[in-house]
Write a protein that binds this ligand. Structure first.
Ligand SMILES: [Zn+2]
Length: 155
């Protein structure tokens, strides 16, 4: 994605209490969306360019880490990375206009670093190696994000 600054991010959310990410060293060339987690761990944010309007759009998500004391494989539903242990969290997005009554949840990489994972830029690599080429993985991920946001009326 094209680099964006903190002012643009604040503008997307239009609220003052949004926790802004540190943008130093962000690898924009390898991102399809910018995702970050509040230090409390219970909230996360993401920003991307809407394919419908061409403008930046974003969402505030509730985040619940999934801690398991037994080894367990978990797959991110956006990037399909398979984590060996405690690598995912449950993210829920309230559907616009329902005052939080209608939530749409997804199990995702706990740090929302999916864009880097599909490009194999993060170690350890997925437990399940995919033969799908990188561009197809990017396309699949973008499609899932767009579907998710559209369902929540936030695209
Ligand atoms: Zn992921």
């Amino acid at each position: 994605m094209e680099p964006i600054n903190q002012d643009e991010i604040s503008h997307v959310f239009g609220v003052s209490q949004v926790y802004l990410p540190d943008l130093v060293g962000v690898d924009w060339d390898n991102l399809d969306f910018l995702g970050w987690v509040h230090p409390s761990g219970s909230q996360a944010y993401f920003v991307l360019v809407s394919p419908e309007t061409g403008r930046l759009t974003g969402a505030i998500l509730s985040r619940k880490p999934r801690i398991s004391y037994r080894p367990r494989f978990e797959m991110c539903s956006l990037c399909h990375h398979v984590h060996r242990h405690n690598g995912t969290a449950m993210f829920t997005l309230p559907k616009k206009g329902t005052s939080g009554r209608h939530l749409i949840g997804k199990i995702l990489c706990k740090d929302l670093d999916c864009s880097l994972r599909i490009r194999n830029l993060i170690e350890p690599s997925s437990y399940m190696v995919e033969t799908l080429y990188a561009q197809a993985r990017v396309w699949r991920m973008q499609k899932s994000i767009h579907q998710w946001l559209k369902k929540a009326k936030r695209l």
